[in-house]
Every structure is written in structure tokens, then in C-alpha cells.
Design a protein around this ligand. Structure first.
Ligand code: HEM
Length: 503
């Protein structure tokens, strides 16, 4: 069967019988009534983020892989079922490549330079974007180094970090748990694990601040970010320690300085944003959902159960892992053009009705795809779990009487395509004076904002993930933070800076 050669962005007209051409429900707001087929369903914006599952249902009705607008003017496909997600992930690097050098629209100059999708999908010299032996070499260096982390020391580190952050808000009786807890905690833990001294960490934080602030020079901030990671590498080459940076350097893969910088930024980026969202999503569930709210008081349902529930029903990375058909190919009768990205929807896969999973089947079940699968599957699900579990337990233990500051329905989701998390999580609790927990000896860790607030995710240099033309701010009203809660990016940074310096 021959197909016309399509423009790079738009997949060719699928063969007759393609599910993408079948009954397209017209009532969904994401669809343009008058649009000629194929209809690309928007995977961003207020309607999508207000109710992503409604979009996943629509997409599923179009077949196991459906056409989407990934962000403004960027087109591709997405898997809509568990089986399709797994099939494609396992087919990398054979029929589907991870390396964006295969992205035809990018090569054709059709992807807007300021697209948030570009920032999340462009090629970088780290393991995430490589295929075959190149990927194996970089990934092995990362997995072997992460495997050397002492799990007992990690637990103690997460607890200390959590306590210090809780100490900073405990007396106020109110906080935004995204900006003041879920965001800085994983970054601080990772900096510690990398043996990053405060002066270097502080520069990384400052660069991230600049990257977040659209008025600043992002290119200069990027240079400074890479320079700081280069200095960390140089420091650890000269003075090795028991830390991930040193283990990466010592690895038989013999990473160059440039490779070191990129892998450090990958692990810090990959490790922070999803962890932040897992903490935020699980805390919200435990504070707002009756099935879990009871457990805060009587322990009926464990924090682990809440984490499992989130990983299945609201995974922190909702849609990602772009794959490129290396050649024109057909999947279950659906035409996939070479070089047109196919995203994996972890959120749609995990909630696929074909799995027949009820509530009772999720606890303790790790068959979800929240950590992806195949060659690029997350190398650190255990570390992620420890960070999130202790973070949630600690805040519930240390702030008795913790409640949301407003109705859960008024919380606002982040508007983007890829991550699933809250923009803010305002809470109130009976104020308490700083307790013994705060007096624990604690070497001040460099603390940077999570990628959830900085937009620096998975990458060496993502520019802001703040609402853009293509990801307008959600129109729904948000819970009003209490007056003293830091609001907006600048105040988050101020808070972090103060916390950093131990004030
Ligand atoms: C709740 C927390 C986490 C979630 C949901 C998560 C999820 C994922 C997913 C979905 C991928 C695949 C991305 C893709 O194929 O494009 C991935 C890859 C990766 N993750 Fe995680 N992750 C988490 C925490 C962490 C942590 C804590 C670390 C490091 C300490 C980490 C390091 C990585 C790395 C290095 C990769 C790239 C692997 C490769 O390309 O071979 N992640 N993660």
C-alpha cells in the first residue's frame, strides 16, 4: 500500500478503517466541529488539565494510538491503551527510536522555537535521548552509580531534609506545600546525594531562578548552569567522595567532562519533577479523599497505599517518552509515519478499562507504567518511592491537624502536556513552635526549586514551564493561599533562598 508523502508535521491520511477516522465524538470541547479529519485532540490548556481523563477517554475511543496536538502547533500521536504503550516501549530501539534526530518536523523547521514541547523533546547529550549502544553506555553509568546509594543513609537524609523544611513553616500555621515542601525536598536530597557543596548548589539555584524568570537571559543562565555542574565534576575529580558524582566519574564508562555535566543535569531533572508531583498528588489524596483521609487519623490505609493509588490513577509523568517510527509502519491497522512522534500516555495506560482494575487491585501492585518500561524505564523507582514515602509520612506526623486551606475542587492543576501535579497546595494547621526535630544536626543542603516550579525538567536547560501562549493559565479559580504563603515564582525563590541560608 502506498501513501502520499506528508508534510513533516501532519501524518498522512490513514488507511481506510483506521480508528483515527472512525466515529469521532463531537461533543468534546477539544475538537473543532468544522475541522476536517484527522482531528488532533489538544493535550494542553485549561480544558485538558481540568479533566485529563475525559481527554484520555476520547482518545481511547479513537483507537490504541490517536492523533494529538502536543503543544501549540506541534503534532503527533499518543498511545491510549496499556497494551499499545507497552508494545511501543518494548519496540525501542528496533522499530521506534528515542533519538529526536528522527523528528521530521523539527528537521523541517516546523516546530516553534519557543514551544514547551520542544524543550521537553529536543535532543540532548544524555541517556534519555540516545538509542542502542550509546544509550546503554550512558545508562549503565547512571544505574550503576545510583545502585551504590545506601538505602539507610538515603532514608535518614530524606527525613532530615523533610524536617528542616517543616521547621521553616511549622510556626506559621499555613503553607503552600508545593512551593515550600514538595518542590524543594527532592532537589535538596539529590544535591546531597551528588555531594554538591552549598556554593555550587547556590549557583545552580540562581541559574534556575533566571531560567524561570522570562525577563532574564536564559542563554546566560544555561551557560552558568552547565558551568556550575562542570565545577562540581572538577571538584569531585580532584577530591572524590562517597557520592553519585564521584561514582559516575569512576565508572568504567569513562565519561568525559561534557558527558558528566549532561548526565548530572539529567538525573537531577528526572529525579525532581516527578518526585515533587508524586508527593503533592499523594498528599492531596490523603487530605482530600475520604478513602485515604481516614488513614491520616487512624492509619487504616497506609501512605504506601496512597502512593500506589497515585502511581496508577494520576502518574506524575502523565504523557512522555516520545518515540519516533524509524520507518513508515502500521500498528494495529493505524498508519504511523516515520519521524512523527508518538507519545506514551502513562496516565491513559494505567487507567485503561481493559485492565479491569478495581480499587482493591492497585495496592502493592507495581505493574503500572508510571515509571515507564523497556530500555528507557526509570532506573530509580526505589529511590523515588523512598523520597515520596518519607516526605508524605513526615509532614503528616509533624503537622497534626493538617488540612487543605480550601475545597479540593478549587486546586489548580499545572496546565502542561507532560506532568501531572498541582500549581499550589495551600494548607493550614495548628501553629507549633519548632520542636526537637529541628535541632538535629543537619549540614545545610543546597536547595533548588523543583522542576515543578522551575520548568527545568529532564534536561540541561529547560526554559520556563510557566503558562505560555500555548499553555494559557487555567481559568478555574484557585484556592486562595493564606496571606503569608509565598505565592508565585519569585516568592518561591525568596523562600528557598532564605531556607538555603538557614534563616
Ligand atoms: C515519582 C518519581 C519518578 C517517576 C514517576 C519517574 C518516571 C520516569 C519515567 C516515566 C521515565 C522514562 C522517561 C522516558 O522514557 O522518556 C524515567 C526515566 C528516568 N528516570 Fe525516573 N522517575 C521518577 C524518579 C526518578 C529519580 C528519583 C531518579 C534519579 C535519582 C530518576 C532518574 C531517571 C533517569 C536517569 C531516567 C532516564 C533513563 C533512560 O533514559 O535510560 N527518576 N523516569
Amino acid at each position: 500500500m502506498t501513501h502520499p508523502s506528508p508534510p513533516a508535521q501532519v501524518p498522512p491520511v490513514p488507511p481506510t478503517g483506521c480508528p483515527a477516522h472512525s466515529t469521532t465524538p463531537r461533543e468534546h470541547p477539544a475538537l473543532d466541529e468544522a475541522a476536517a479529519e484527522p482531528a488532533f485532540v489538544r493535550l494542553f490548556g485549561p480544558e485538558f488539565s481540568a479533566d485529563p481523563q475525559s481527554t484520555y477517554r476520547l482518545l481511547r475511543s479513537m483507537g490504541p494510538i490517536a492523533p494529538v496536538e502536543i503543544s501549540e502547533g506541534v503534532y503527533g500521536r499518543i498511545t491510549t491503551t496499556y497494551a499499545a504503550a507497552l508494545d511501543l516501549l518494548r519496540d525501542n530501539p528496533n522499530r521506534f527510536a528515542k533519538n529526536p534526530s528522527h523528528w521530521r518536523a523539527l528537521a523541517a523547521g516546523e516546530v516553534p522555537a519557543d514551544s514547551p514541547a520542544l524543550m521537553m523533546m529536543m535532543e540532548r547529550d544524555n541517556a534519555l535521548w540516545k538509542d542502542g549502544p550509546e544509550h546503554t553506555r550512558l545508562r549503565t553509568a547512571i544505574t550503576d552509580s545510583l545502585a551504590r546509594i545506601d538505602q539507610h543513609a538515603l532514608r535518614a537524609l530524606v527525613k532530615r531534609t523533610a524536617d528542616r523544611l517543616i521547621d521553616a513553616v511549622q510556626e506559621h500555621g499555613e503553607a503552600d506545600l508545593m512551593a515550600q515542601y514538595a518542590a524543594p525536598l527532592p532537589m535538596a536530597v539529590l544535591f546531597d546525594l551528588f555531594g554538591c557543596p552549598p556554593p555550587i548548589g547556590e549557583r545552580i539555584v540562581a541559574s534556575l531562578v533566571q531560567l524561570f524568570d522570562a525577563s532574564q537571559d536564559a542563554a546566560a543562565a544555561n551557560v552558568e548552569l552547565e558551568r556550575a555542574c562542570g565545577e562540581l565534576t572538577a571538584l569531585k575529580r580532584a577530591t572524590p567522595g562517597a557520592d553519585v558524582t564521584t561514582w559516575l566519574i569512576e565508572h568504567p564508562a569513562e565519561l568525559t567532562d561534557a558527558e558528566m555535566v549532561q548526565q548530572i543535569l539529567l538525573v537531577i531533572g528526572a529525579g525532581t519533577e516527578p518526585s515533587t508531583n508524586l508527593i503533592g498528588n499523594a498528599l492531596t489524596l490523603m487530605l482530600a479523599d475520604d478513602r485515604f483521609a481516614g488513614s491520616v487519623v487512624d492509619g487504616a490505609q497506609s501512605v504506601g497505599g496512597a502512593l500506589d493509588h497515585v502511581l496508577w490513577t494520576d502518574p506524575p509523568m502523565a504523557n512522555y517518552s516520545p518515540l519516533y517510527p524509524i520507518q513508515d509502519t502500521v500498528y494495529e491497522g493505524i498508519w504511523l509515519a516515520a519521524g512523527v512522534p508518538v507519545l506514551i500516555s502513562f496516565a491513559a495506560a494505567n487507567t485503561d478499562p481493559a485492565l479491569g482494575l478495581g480499587e482493591g487491585h492497585r495496592a502493592g501492585n507495581v505493574a503500572h507504567l508510571a515509571f515507564s518500561a523497556g530500555a528507557h524505564g526509570c532506573p530509580a523507582p526505589g529511590t523515588a518511592r523512598v523520597i515520596a514515602e518519607i516526605a508524605v509520612e513526615r509532614v503528616l506526623d509533624r503537622l497534626p491537624g493538617l488540612t487543605l486551606a480550601g475545597p479540593a475542587e478549587e486546586l489548580v492543576r499545572r496546565p502542561g502536556t507532560f506532568a501531572s501535579g498541582w500549581t499550589a497546595l495551600p494548607v493550614v494547621f495548628p501553629p507549633a513552635s519548632t520542636t526537637a526535630a529541628s535541632s538535629a544536626t543537619f549540614a545545610i543542603s543546597p536547595v533548588a526549586p523543583s522542576v515543578a516550579s522551575s520548568g527545568v525538567s529532564w534536561t540541561r536547560s529547560n526554559p520556563p514551564d510557566a503558562p505560555t501562549v500555548s499553555t494559557p493559565p487555567a481559568t478555574t479559580s484557585t484556592v486562595k493561599p493564606p496571606p503569608s504563603v509565598p505565592r508565585g515564582p519569585r516568592r518561591v525563590w525568596n523562600f528557598l533562598g532564605t531556607w538555603w541560608r538557614g534563616r
